[in-house]
Design a protein around this ligand. Structure first.
Ligand code: NDP
Ligand code: BG6
Length: 513
């Protein structure tokens, strides 16, 4: 099985120290590295994983003797896989550069094996092909499960019996969703653990690989000016906002089974919240960081229905363009109550955050695409300049905005004197716009996460106790919504979402940023 063969230390060096050569060299005695893309025919593999691997190849970050194997049921030759993959590869490092030669070299390292997901025999055939490439050297294998979750266990069971590495490490990247609630998530974890040790499982939450999410700890722990303010004493509320300006078209089947709370809040936004709110870890070691995240999650109150608003988009025509509503999608069951929007107020019952509302908002088919963290600070006590702001006291408070995407930026809203002879104040931004400050393009989240999985770095992956704690917060609410058949508030496609979200915020004296 996958267990017992971990040969840690093989890749003890930083992944960035690996250098690839243009073709595998069977006689160099160095370990081989194979990534097996299970579900290679699918959307995620094409859109994200192959391009990310190519970007790592261009950056010389893949181990020297690497090979990529696509695995899925669809019949395809190596050449057909290469044609499919080549359509989505771009030269990320410099778009003006001609990458054709690199693309060709990269594609020569890509192969395809067709097989069933529950067939030990088919995985044994894959193993045979892998061994031909490995030529008897130490072999490290990374399985990427880019498939629907209901077949994760089948794959792990079959592959562990017949395609795990016999002399190197075997690791498995698991895509979300990890279950639908506490029970199904626990079942998935115990199913995986029959064949894998926890440290072989790399549960992806790709938001943890986003540049500004990774930067959160740097901002907090390597600048003197933020951490002292990072508590209930100075922070009034924190907002975590995710919005997309498109609907679930084409993904309705998947989405209807999960809904926005499971798709975005329970994972992406909650992970950001945990990183935002955790105490200083003992070190940057993966276990120290994940210990602190778990503590935050365990200090949180499970979500209550009165602190949640749900919505669903309806069709809307604007400027001659008609957008269909969520339930107009043929893959969505008629009368579905699945939320495509949710807003929620969460609380962390610990000394640092007692009473501070953490407001989350996530929605599809809204008026903008953005992901942001907004930190609203308290009023300045006895502010000498109150009268110079006009009537709106809100205007007088500081706000720190971390714009995760698009147009990555960190800006701080401060009060400033408008230049001139009078004494009028306005709010201006101290602005760090990444595109102005840094010329290098920001890597895609999947690049960083793949690089970490190859290097055995677990910091940005979800540990099973974190996952349990996350589901414990959301499961009672999700069950109540479903049992009581709560109808979502309808909102027009392309709008700002249901008005209920504003009432929820105002209940806590918050205005959405
Ligand atoms: P797909 O639906 O495209 O599935 C991937 C492959 O799995 C398909 O090409 C198909 O391959 C096989 N497959 C699909 N449905 C079934 C089924 N019912 N039974 C057996 N095999 C099936 O998924 P994605 O590529 O979109 O996503 C892969 C994983 O990543 C999923 O867990 C998804 O939730 C997650 N994810 C996807 C994102 C995205 O943007 N697409 C974003 C974040 C997570 P074949 O028929 O050739 O065997
Ligand atoms: C995925 C969700 O995890 O994240 C999708 O399943 C969502 O519904 C996507 O569209 C958003 O990711 P990104 O990186 O495009 O913001």
């Amino acid at each position: 099985p996958f267990k017992n063969v971990e040969n840690s230390g093989v890749f003890a060096l930083s992944s960035l120290e690996y250098r690839h050569v243009t073709s595998p060299n069977p006689s160099d005695g160095e370990p081989t590295f194979s990534i097996i893309m299970v579900g290679a025919s699918g959307d995620l593999a094409k859109k994200k994983i192959f391009p990310a691997l190519f970007a790592l190849y261009c950056e010389h970050c893949l181990p020297k003797n690497f090979t990529i194997f696509g695995y899925a049921r669809s019949k395809m030759t190596d050449a057909e896989l290469r044609t499919m993959v080549s359509r989505t590869l771009t030269c990320r490092i410099d778009k003006r550069e001609n990458c054709n030669e690199k693309i060709e070299k990269f594609l020569k390292r890509c192969f395809y094996h067709s097989g069933q997901y529950d067939s030990e025999e088919n995985f044994a055939e894959l193993d045979k092909t892998l061994k031909e490439h490995e030529g008897g050297r130490v072999s490290n294998r990374l399985f990427y499960l880019s498939i629907p979750p209901n077949i994760f266990i089948n794959v792990v069971k079959s592959a562990s019996r017949s395609a795990s590495s016999k002399n190197g490490w075997t690791r498995v990247i698991v895509e979300k969703p990890f279950g639908r609630d506490s029970e199904s998530s626990a079942a998935l974890t115990s199913g995986l653990k029959q064949y894998l040790d926890e440290d072989q499982i790399f549960r992806i939450d790709h938001y943890l690989g986003k540049e500004l999410v990774e930067n959160l700890s740097v901002l907090r722990f390597s600048n003197l000016i933020f951490e002292p303010l990072w508590s209930r004493k100075y922070i009034r509320n924190v907002q975590l906002i995710f919005s997309e300006d498109f609907g679930t078209e084409g993904r309705g089947g998947y989405f209807d089974h999960y809904g926005i709370i499971r798709d975005i809040m329970q994972n992406h936004l909650l992970q950001i919240l945990a990183l935002f709110a955790m105490e200083t870890p003992a070190s940057l070691d993966a276990e120290d960081i994940r210990n602190e995240k778990v503590k935050v999650l365990r200090s949180m109150r499970p979500l209550q229905l009165e602190n949640v608003v749900i919505g669903q988009y309806k069709g809307h025509a604007k400027g001659g363009v008609t957008h269909l509503g969520y339930t107009d999608d043929k893959t969505v069951p008629e009368g579905s109550l699945t939320p495509t929007f949710a807003a929620a107020a969460l609380f962390i019952d610990n000394a640092r955050w007692d009473g501070v509302p953490f407001l989350m908002k996530a929605g599809k088919a809204l008026h903008t695409k953005r992901a942001e963290i907004r930190v609203q600070f308290r009023h300045v006590p006895g502010n000498l300049y109150k009268q110079n702001f006009g009537t709106d006291r809100e205007q007088a408070t500081n706000e720190l905005v971390i714009r995760v995407q698009p147009d990555e930026a960190i800006y701080l809203k401060i009060n400033n004197k408008v230049p001139g002879l009078g004494m009028r104040l306005d709010r201006s931004n101290l602005n760090l716009l990444y595109s102005s400050r840094y010329s290098k393009e920001i890597p895609d989240a999947y690049e960083r996460l793949l690089l970490d999985a190859i290097g055995g770095e677990r910091r940005l992956f979800i540990r099973s106790d974190e996952l349990d704690a996350a589901w414990n917060l959301f499961t009672p609410l999700l069950k109540e919504l479903e049992e009581k058949k709560i109808s979502p508030e309808l909102y027009p496609y392309g709008s700002r979402g249901p008005v209920g979200a504003h009432y929820l915020a105002s209940k806590y004296n918050v205005r959405w940023g």
